[in-house]
Design a protein around this ligand. Sequence first.
Ligand code: KG4
Ligand code: ZN
Length: 336
Amino acid sequence: MSKPIIILGIESSCDETAAAICQEGKIVANIISTQFDHARYGGVVPELASRLHQAYILPVVEQALERANVAKEDLSAIAFTVGPGLPGALMVGVNFAKGLALGLGCPLIAVDHLLGHIVSLFIEEPFPSFPFICLTASGGHTQLSLVKSILDIEVLGKTIDDAAGEAFDKAAKLLGLPFPGGPQIDKLAQGGKVDFHQFPEPKVEGFNFSFSGLKTSFLYYLRREVAKQPDFISKHLEDICASLQHRIVTTLLNQLTKAAEHYQVTNLAIAGGVSANSYLRKLFFEACKQKKWNAFIPPFKYCTDNAAMIALTGYYQYLRSDFVSHKVTALPNGKF
Ligand code: KG4
Ligand code: ZN
């Protein structure tokens, strides 16, 4: 009997140190250590992230191997996030993967983080059928892609400034909410009115996105209202969150819908940290139901950063012998 294909996946692009094991296309271990240390600074501190990755990467990888009951000598290849992400944070994962692969004499696989988010749709069934359009919305990126097969992706549009997650996080900071702000706004918005205030819809060419104008208009709106009524924020916090969230979510969905109609694709997916947003999930399913489109979202635990998506992408790249040499370095802007 031939040896099973076992891939170790390593993720260190931002503030999660994560390792996962994929055996013959199935995730058998998924370990994540989230760096909560950044919360007190109101955002991810790159230097601190690198140092924490350095401290946690070995125990996280050891735990993944133990959980999967796999000896490191049984690994077929090491897959790691090559980018996009914070340069210093990526470097920890890249160098760890290089050292381990060199020691074990096994191949190295460089995985793009955003491709990983798309492949997270294939960790648990139901899987989307091809072609499908995927909206990937995270803290650092917002991207629309036409996915023709698992590794064959055409990028249709991107954000030209801030990412959707960044818009959530920056707005939350202005409201005095702790980092990361996305989940906080999601929770507070559940008790608020979406039509409390109408924020302007960003106007962007094609299938791109822009959220920096919305951020500025949100800032001026708060300043204006607080000048009139000093306790405006605390009095209307839920309504403000609901109105802002409505604008971010409808902006994302309008572009996704436009792309689906333009490309006449009836399978739609969302992935990345922002796809954990309950209002986005609700409106996405409702819109797809109304148009009779098939809707896909990864299970909640695979929406935010994890290494399962990196290990699974690594598995598919392994099947194509898509390996890199030990000269590989981090690509902070990603592969695409
Ligand atoms: O994919 P991810 O874990 O990391 C990056 O690749 O950036 O995404 C993190 C982003 C953060 O901006 C966070 O605020 C946002 O996802 N996020 C949410 C929710 N959960 C996470 N945004 C809105 N609602 C949520 N429930
Ligand atoms: Zn991510």
